[in-house]
Design a protein around this ligand. Structure first.
Ligand SMILES: Cc1cc2nc3c(=O)[nH]c(=O)nc-3n(C[C@H](O)[C@H](O)[C@H](O)COP(=O)(O)OP(=O)(O)OC[C@H]3O[C@@H](n4cnc5c(N)ncnc54)[C@H](O)[C@@H]3O)c2cc1C
Length: 398
């Protein structure tokens, strides 16, 4: 079966939902494909707390905010902070209903340029159904980019290690000894949750000093990201030294701090933090346990290893592009797509946002704060007369 639409949005996470809301507000016929909030339901642990607060809502129109959702439930800021994953999922569900967004819960297997002369795209779903669209927005998030450094992966015996992306059900770890490699928020939060789920012992090893338990200050991020709506080229115009300064500031907030509400949950029995260490060997013992050596003279006996080693953008890992005929047309730089100031790739009519847009728009694209601004810039581009034929005019600078 083939469905036709003007605009296909692939990905029903925060960014895809924001783009859909913006498209609807502009009267652009569209179809969203993807499991609603699938990354959050399937790749984050149910007991997780968010680092971001109520101000990072999803509505480009500023109406369906997290604060409104909170108020409608008669809740106060103190009752909801820090936001829990279930609360945020409830908000996203409410947002979808309020905006009338009904994603097709399916996986896009491949995306191709249409064979017919009018241009456009054909998306093929896992079941073989196809969607013909004149324009496509890819809002695929960070899931495709889960990263384990190959040298670490090579040390851990097959089947005994998993990335945090793939290990969110902690019940099977009850009674086990777990080694987590990584030293940022996810590593610490997974450690707390795994121990609370009944693991016998959790070790946390990282190559650097441990981050501080301190509240991150994101207040400066929202205004500069919102500024992109009126001036989407500001980040790329920054001199390299200023760009690095922005990156360092975000790094200092996000990576040199872990949330203070984790402190008591980490400084407890059954969790040991090993700063300035690195895994150098991991061998299977006769009884099946693992002997994990994390530096001179320190070998831990564990049952399982978890890689809290983050995400690294590499467009080559996006399956729907790799399987289709568009790869050669999508220019990349250092693994990121080359995007103009309207989020357009080098393939006319193909837009790309979410984490992979970070190369052109800044590291904020690893966070939901980017959802509204990118939706508004993309919405404006989609509504522009030049985009009516797939978009040929280019605005690469600012
Ligand atoms: C542990 C963890 C905690 C985080 N905490 C926060 C936080 O507190 N605050 C914050 O702002 N950010 C947080 N983030 C970052 C946050 O996850 C991202 O900023 C956010 O998800 C980006 O939204 P998105 O819509 O771009 O991506 P996603 O939420 O990942 O949505 C993209 C969706 O596209 C789907 N998709 C991909 N390929 C296809 C395909 N071929 N066909 C169909 N669907 C497809 C994916 O399955 C996914 O569901 C956290 C990330 C992690 C890993």
């Amino acid at each position: 079966m083939t469905t036709e639409t003007d605009l296909l949005i692939v990905g029903a996470g925060p960014v895809g939902l924001a783009v859909a809301a913006e498209a609807a507000a502009r009267g652009i016929a569209h179809l969203v494909v993807g499991k609603p909030m699938g990354f959050w339901t399937d790749h984050m642990p149910g007991g997780m707390l968010l680092r971001s607060g109520t101000d990072w809502h999803l509505d480009p129109g500023g109406e369906a905010t997290i604060e409104r959702y909170r108020d409608e439930r008669g809740l106060t800021e103190d009752q909801i902070n820090p936001l829990s994953l279930p609360f945020y999922l409830g908000y996203a569900e409410w947002f979808r209903a309020r905006k009338g967004i009904a994603p097709v819960d399916a996986w896009v297997e491949r995306l191709d340029a249409a064979a017919w002369s009018g241009g456009g795209f054909v998306a093929t779903l896992v079941d073989g159904d196809t969607i013909a669209a004149r324009r496509v927005v890819l809002a695929l998030g960070m899931g495709p980019f889960a990263h384990v450094p190959p040298e670490l992966a090579a040390l851990v015996p097959p089947g005994r290690g998993a990335h945090t992306h793939d290990r969110v059900d902690f019940a099977p770890l009850r009674g086990e000894r777990v080694l987590i490699l990584g030293g940022r928020q996810s590593a610490f939060e997974w450690a707390a949750l795994i121990r609370e789920a009944g693991a016998d012992h959790v070790h946390l090893s990282h190559r650097h000093a441990s981050p501080a338990f301190a509240e991150a200050d994101w207040s400066w991020v929202t205004p500069i990201v919102d500024r992109m709506v009126d001036d989407p080229g500001w980040y790329r115009r920054l001199p390299p030294v200023e760009r690095q300064a922005v990156g360092r500031r975000l790094w200092a907030e996000g990576r040199l701090k872990v949330e203070p509400w984790l402190e008591d949950r980490i400084r407890r029995d059954g969790i040991t933090v090993w700063p300035d260490t690195r895994l150098v060997a991991c061998d299977t013992l006769p009884d099946g346990a693992l002997a994990a050596t994390i530096g001179t003279g320190t070998t831990l006996t564990v049952d399982r290893v978890i890689f809290a080693t983050g995400y690294a953008v590499d467009l080559g890992r996006i399956g729907l592009l790799a399987k289709g005929n568009l790869t050669a047309g999508v220019a990349t730089q250092d693994g990121y797509p080359v995007l103009d100031v309207r989020f357009r790739t080098t393939v006319p009519g193909l837009f790309l946002t979410s984490m992979a847009a970070g190369g052109s728009f800044g590291p904020f694209f690893g966070f939901t704060v980017s959802a509204r601004a990118s939706a508004r810039v993309i919405g404006r581009a989609l509504a522009a007369p030049s985009e009516a034929v797939g978009g040929r005019d280019r605005l690469w600078s600012g």
